[in-house]
Write a protein of this length. Structure first.
Length: 346
C-alpha cells in the first residue's frame, strides 16, 4: 500500500467490506445490520468478524445443518459420499457435482427445519388436545366404573356380614348338635346300666313256687324280699320313664337342629351363587379397566415423545395421583371378594 496509518486502513477496509458484503449476503443478512461503517480500527474489525464466525458456527452446530450437497437434484449427501465423488472426479479428471454447502444454503436448511419443527409443534398441540379429550373421556369411564365398584363393594360387604352371621349360627348349631349327641349317649348308657342292674336283681330275688287250689302257679317270698323288689322296680320304672322322655326331647331337638342346619346350608349355597355372580360382574369390570389402562399407556408413550422431560413428569405425577385414587375402591372390592371366597370355602 502507498498510504500509511488510517489511510491504509481505509483502503484495506473498502476491499474487505466488499468481501464481507458477499459473505453477509450468503448468510441472508443485510449489511446495515452489522454496522461495518462504524468500525474504527483493525482490531475492532477482526473482533467483529470473529464474533460473526462464532455465531455462524454455533448456529450450524446447534441444528446440525448438512455439510455437503449434490447439485444434481439438489440433494444433501454425507461426507463419505462427497469424498467418494471427489475421488471419481480426480480419476476421470472431471468436475464433481458434489460440493460443500454454502452458509446461505445451511441457513436456508435451518429455516426450513425450524418451519418443519413449528408445524410439528402445532400438530403435537392438536394431538395433545385430542389426547386430553380422550383422557377426560376415559376418566369419566373410570368414574362410572368406580361408582359401580363402590355399589358392588357395598353389596359384597353386606353379603360378607350375612355370611359371617350365618357361619356363627351354623357353629352354634353344630355345638348344640354335638352336645345333644353326647347327652343321648349318656342316657343310653344309663338305660343299659339299669337293665343290667334289673337283671341282677331278678337273679337275686327268689321265692318258692306254689299253686293255688285252681292250679295257678305263683311265687311265694318273704315280706322283706318282696318290699325290696317292689321299691327297686318302682325306682327303675320312674328312672326309665324320665330317661325316655329326655331321649325323646333330645331327638326332637336334634331334628330341629338338623332342619336349621340344612336351611343354613341351602342359604349358604344361595349366597355362593350370588357371590359367583358378583365375581363375574367384577371380572367384566376389571377387563374394562385393563383395556382402559392399556389405552392410557399408549397415550402416555405418545405424550412422552411430545413433551419435555419436565412437563411430562408434572403431567405424570398428576395423572398417577388420579389413577391411584380411582384404584382405591377396586382394591377394596378385590380384598372383600377374597375374604368372601375364603368364607365360602369353610
Amino acid at each position: 500500500y502507498k498510504e500509511k496509518g488510517r489511510g491504509q486502513l481505509k483502503e484495506f477496509r473498502n476491499k474487505e467490506i466488499l468481501c464481507l458484503e458477499e459473505k453477509l449476503q450468503s448468510l441472508g443478512i443485510e449489511r446495515q445490520k452489522v454496522g461495518t461503517n462504524d468500525i474504527k480500527d483493525m482490531r475492532e474489525y477482526k473482533q467483529l468478524v470473529g464474533e460473526l464466525t462464532k455465531v455462524e458456527q454455533d448456529l450450524l452446530a446447534e441444528y446440525g445443518a448438512p455439510e455437503y450437497i449434490n447439485d444434481n437434484g439438489k440433494e444433501f449427501v454425507s461426507e463419505e459420499f462427497w469424498r467418494e465423488a471427489q475421488n471419481w472426479a480426480q480419476i476421470f479428471n472431471t468436475k464433481s457435482t458434489v460440493r460443500q454447502t454454502t452458509p446461505k444454503e445451511k441457513l436456508n436448511w435451518i429455516k426450513e427445519h425450524l418451519e418443519q419443527l413449528k408445524k410439528e409443534a402445532q400438530n403435537s398441540k392438536s394431538e395433545l388436545t385430542e389426547i386430553d379429550k380422550n383422557i377426560k373421556e376415559k376418566s369419566d369411564t373410570l368414574s362410572k366404573i368406580d361408582s359401580k365398584l363402590s355399589n358392588t363393594s357395598s353389596k359384597l360387604s353386606e353379603l360378607l356380614d350375612d355370611i359371617n352371621n350365618r357361619s356363627d349360627d351354623l357353629m352354634v348349631l353344630k355345638r348344640d348338635l354335638e352336645t345333644s349327641r353326647r347327652q343321648m349317649q349318656i342316657n343310653q348308657d344309663y338305660l343299659a346300666r339299669d337293665r343290667r342292674i334289673a337283671e341282677n336283681w331278678r337273679k337275686e330275688i327268689t321265692g318258692e313256687l306254689k299253686k293255688t287250689a285252681f292250679g295257678k302257679e305263683y311265687i311265694r317270698m318273704d315280706p322283706e324280699t318282696y318290699e325290696k323288689a317292689r321299691m327297686s322296680n318302682h325306682w327303675f320304672q320312674v328312672k326309665q320313664d324320665k330317661l325316655e322322655q329326655e331321649i325323646g326331647q333330645l331327638r326332637r331337638d336334634l331334628d330341629i337342629s338338623n332342619q336349621a342346619r340344612f336351611k343354613l346350608i341351602d342359604e349358604n349355597e344361595d349366597l355362593k351363587v350370588e357371590n359367583k355372580w358378583l365375581f363375574e360382574d367384577n371380572k367384566a369390570l376389571f377387563k374394562r379397566l385393563e383395556a382402559t389402562n392399556k389405552k392410557l399407556q399408549v397415550w402416555r408413550h405418545k405424550t412422552r415423545k411430545l413433551l419435555s422431560k419436565k412437563e411430562f413428569k408434572a403431567i405424570t405425577k398428576a395423572a398417577n395421583a388420579e389413577f391411584f385414587k380411582s384404584l382405591s375402591p377396586v382394591v377394596k372390592v378385590a380384598e372383600t371378594v377374597v375374604k368372601t371366597i375364603k368364607k365360602m370355602t369353610l
